[in-house]
Design a protein around this ligand. Sequence first.
Ligand SMILES: N[C@@H](CCC[C@H](N)C(=O)O)C(=O)O
Length: 301
Amino acid sequence: MSDRFLLGHGTENDFVVLPDPDGDRWPEDRLDAALVARLCERRSGLGGDGVLRVVRSRHVPDTPAVLGADLERCEWFMDHRNADGSYAEMCGNGVRLFLHVLVGEGLLDRSACADGVLVGTRGGPRRVGAGPDGTYWVDMGPARPFGRGEATVAGRAFPGQAVSMGNPHLVCLTDADLDALDLTVRPGVDPGLFPEGVNVEFVRVLAADVEGADAHVRLRVHERGVGETRSCGTGACATAYAALAHARPAAESGDDAVRGTVVVDVPGGRLSVDVSAETTVLRGPAVVVATGELTREWLDD
Ligand SMILES: N[C@@H](CCC[C@H](N)C(=O)O)C(=O)O
């Protein structure tokens, strides 16, 4: 049995991708947290911010609970793990790469992608499609604010907006020099607000100087279960919502005024996010870098 893998990224948020259409190559008792962490090791493994298993939804034991009635509509399931082996509900960069791999591996016809296909995730179904310019888009559903919190970095407090994109984020808008922040250490947060942990974004609002955008921001992110990464798609969506909400305080009264297009620069490139009251659409690239096969020597070690 071949233990084939692909390596790829979306704005340099990089993943080990394991094709497992019928769920028999990487069942959960084989792809356990320890093996995920080994695969993601940058020196002794393949290296990555996480693992994406490409599997049909019906072969994953927990999809009936996660997808409910949508199980029938989602042929494919993005089984995402963070680099430490933990599960996450959603991954905005990963799900674009997931679609790119489905097409590249001949598991899905490219013609199906124009209107988007529903992909199952632990956060529920998401519609993902290919744009005419080679980028991919994903309809992430509405951003859901759930309070205000604070992140601490080297003793300095950064107030922020808690936002759920299926997974939890704390978005800290700041005038601080982002390059000076030490994100090698996990920022301190209130565990009461984030019992499952949180992804923390530090965001500088730039001049709205990109054509067609309502706002232009730059972000660095410390991801739950990973550490600092070069990009986070769900983080970009949470950030876009928080930046627009901050610019339009009237939206906090509960009307639908949080809407607009935000260009989000991350260390690994550029993402674009359309926010409306109904949903959030993320756009960005996806790249397959290499394919290969795991050796018996490494697997048996
Ligand atoms: N990088 C991802 C998010 C991956 C999951 C996250 N670390 C979590 O635990 O919630 C993205 O592009 O959205």
